[in-house]
Write a protein that binds this ligand. Structure first.
Ligand code: BGC
Length: 461
C-alpha cells in the first residue's frame, strides 16, 4: 500500500515537473522520433514515457494516459528500481576514480565486472612466460631485441589501462607517471626513445635480451568507436610494412583486436599474439598459433549481472544464489568472484587460457554449471528488464557476454529487452529508453565510463 502511495505521488510530481520544465533541455530523450523507430519492441506499445520526456506535440494528450496502476512496474518509481552497471564501471576516465554517486544511485544499485588488476597481471605474466619458454625462436631477426607492439582498447577505460600497465610491468617497459605506471600510447618507438615507456630486459639461460615496445596506439576509428578491431587490423598492416621483422610478439587489450591482427598478419608470420576475453574464435586460434588469452569469467559476470537484479526484484538478500545457495541450488564459490561492499561492485576473477588448457574454454557462451539451475516461476515471477550493450559490434560483448546473458535470462525468469548501441554516443542508447516505466529493472553498459548521468537522469524524471 505504501509503495502504491509513493508511486501515485511520484506520478503527480512528474506531471508537475513536466509542466514546470516544458520541453526544456531533457537531452537524453530529445530525439524520441528515432527512439520509436529504432525500438519497436521496447517502446512501440506504450508511448507515455516518450511523450513525457520529449517535446513531440502530437503526443500532448498522452500524460493523461499514464495510469500508474498499469503494468507490473507501475508501483515503483523508476529511480527506485534495481540498477546494475556492467562491463564499464562508472568512473572518471582520466583519473579512474569511481563515480560513487552512480554506484549508490539507489539501494539496489551494483556494478558487475571483473578484477582488472588481477587479470592484467595474469596477461603480462602469460606473455613473459611465453617469451622465456620460447627464447630460442622468439627473436626473429636475431638482433637481441625482443620487440612487441601493443593494441590499446580505450585510453579512458580502466580495464584497458590496467591491461596496458600489466604488459609493461611484466616486460619491464613500464615507467612511472603520477605515482602509477604510465599507460599512454607511444605511437612508434622503434628507436626506444619515447618517454612513456623504457626498454626492459629479460635474461634467459644466462643471455640478456632487450625488450622494446615498438609501437602502441588506441584502436579508435574515425567515428569514435574504441576497442575497434578493424583499426587494429590496419595498424598491424602499417607497422609490419615498416618494421615487420622487428616484431616478435603482439599484445592486445582484447581478443577482438588481437584476432584482427592475427588474421591480418601474425598468423602467417608465426608471431604469437596475446589477447584478452577468451572469445571462442580466439580460443580456437590457439591451435593455430595465437599465443593465449585471458578468460574474465564472462559466464560468472553475465550471471551476476542478472542475478543482482533478480534478488533485488524478489526483495531477498543480495547474496542469494551468489555466496549463499538459492532455493534451486545455484551458488558461486569464492575462487570465481569477489564482492567489494564499499564499491558496491562484484568482480569476477580471471584465468589464463594458453596452449596448455584451451580445450576447456572452447565455448565462451556456455553457462557456468554451478549456477545453471532453473528458478521456479511461482516463487520468482517473470520481470521485465531493459539492458543495453554499448556497442553492438564489440566482439566480446556480442559474441560472448550477450549470448551468456540470453542463456541466464530464462533460468532467472527475466524477460530482457536487449538494446545494442553504436559504441559512439550515449544518446543512441538513451533515446531507446523512451519509457522506463515499462521495465522493472535496468542493466546498463555505458559508452563512456563518465556518462552515468545520461542514464540516471532518465530514471530520475
Ligand atoms: C573487454 C573488451 C571490450 C570492453 C568493452 C572489456 O572488458 O575485454 O573486449 O571491448 O570490455 O567495454
Amino acid at each position: 500500500m505504501k509503495k502504491k502511495f509513493i508511486s501515485m505521488t511520484m506520478a503527480v510530481l512528474m506531471g508537475l515537473s513536466l509542466v514546470a520544465c516544458g520541453s526544456g533541455d531533457d537531452k537524453p530523450a530529445a530525439d524520441n522520433k528515432d527512439a520509436a523507430a529504432d525500438n519497436k519492441d521496447a517502446a512501440a506499445d506504450n508511448n507515455t514515457g516518450d511523450s513525457a520526456e520529449g517535446d513531440d506535440s502530437s503526443n500532448e494528450s498522452t500524460p493523461d494516459d499514464s495510469n500508474p496502476d498499469e503494468g507490473s512496474s507501475a508501483e515503483v518509481a523508476n529511480k527506485d528500481k534495481p540498477l546494475v552497471w556492467f562491463n564499464r564501471q562508472p568512473s572518471n576516465s582520466s583519473t579512474g576514480e569511481l563515480d560513487m554517486a552512480a554506484l549508490t544511485f539507489n539501494e539496489d544499485t551494483y556494478y558487475v565486472g571483473f578484477d582488472a588488476n588481477q587479470g592484467a597481471e595474469l596477461q603480462g605474466t602469460m606473455v613473459k612466460d611465453y617469451i622465456e619458454a620460447n627464447i630460442d625462436k622468439i627473436d626473429r631477426n636475431g638482433d637481441g631485441v625482443i620487440g612487441y607492439v601493443l593494441a590499446i582498447g580505450d585510453i579512458g577505460h580502466n580495464d584497458s589501462i590496467a591491461r596496458t600497465r600489466g604488459i609493461r610491468k611484466a616486460l619491464g617497459t613500464a615507467v612511472e607517471k603520477d605515482g602509477d605506471i604510465n599507460s599512454d600510447p607511444v605511437g612508434t618507438n622503434t628507436d626506444g626513445k619515447q618517454s612513456a615507456v623504457q626498454d626492459g630486459s629479460i635474461e634467459v639461460n644466462g643471455k640478456k635480451y632487450v625488450v622494446r615496445e615498438l609501437a602502441s596506439q588506441e584502436m579508435k576509428n574515425s567515428a569514435g568507436a574504441t576497442w575497434d578491431a578493424a583499426t587494429a587490423g590496419n595498424a598491424i598492416g602499417t607497422w609490419s610494412s615498416s618494421f615487420g621483422d622487428e616484431i616478435d610478439v603482439i599484445a592486445s587489450n582484447n581478443d577482438g583486436m588481437g584476432m584482427s591482427m592475427f588474421n591480418a598478419w601474425s598468423k602467417d608470420n608465426d608471431v604469437p599474439t596475446f589477447g584478452y576475453d577468451a572469445n571462442s574464435d580466439a580460443v580456437a586460434a590457439i591451435a593455430e598459433g595465437y599465443g593465449g588469452t585471458i578468460s574474465q569469467h564472462a559466464d560468472v559476470q553475465a550471471y551476476l549481472t542478472l542475478r543482482v537484479l533478480r534478488n533485488a526484484l524478489d526483495g531477498i538478500d543480495i547474496d542469494t544464489g551468489i555466496g549463499t545457495a538459492d532455493d534451486a541450488g545455484n551458488t558461486l564459490s569464492e575462487d570465481v568472484y569477489a564482492y567489494n561492499a564499499d564499491e558496491r561492485s562484484y568482480y569476477a576473477l580471471n584465468v589464463a587460457v594458453t596452449a596448455d588448457n584451451y580445450q576447456d574454454f572452447t565455448d565462451s557462451t556456455k553457462i557456468y554449471e554451478p549456477v545453471s539451475n532453473q528458478l521456479d516461476e511461482s516463487a520468482h515471477p517473470s520481470k521485465k528488464v531493459w539492458l543495453n550493450i554499448y556497442n553492438a559490434s564489440d566482439n566480446f560483448l556480442s559474441s560472448t557476454y550477450q549470448p551468456l546473458l540470453q542463456n541466464y535470462d530464462d533460468i532467472l525468469n527475466l524477460d530482457v529487452d536487449y538494446i545494442g548501441g553504436d559504441g559512439q554516443t550515449e544518446s543512441n542508447i538513451t533515446n531507446r529508453l523512451g519509457n522506463p516505466a515499462q521495465y522493472d529493472a535496468f542493466a546498463i553498459n555505458m559508452v563512456k565510463t563518465d556518462n552515468s548521468a545520461s542514464y540516471t537522469a532518465l530514471l530520475n524524471q
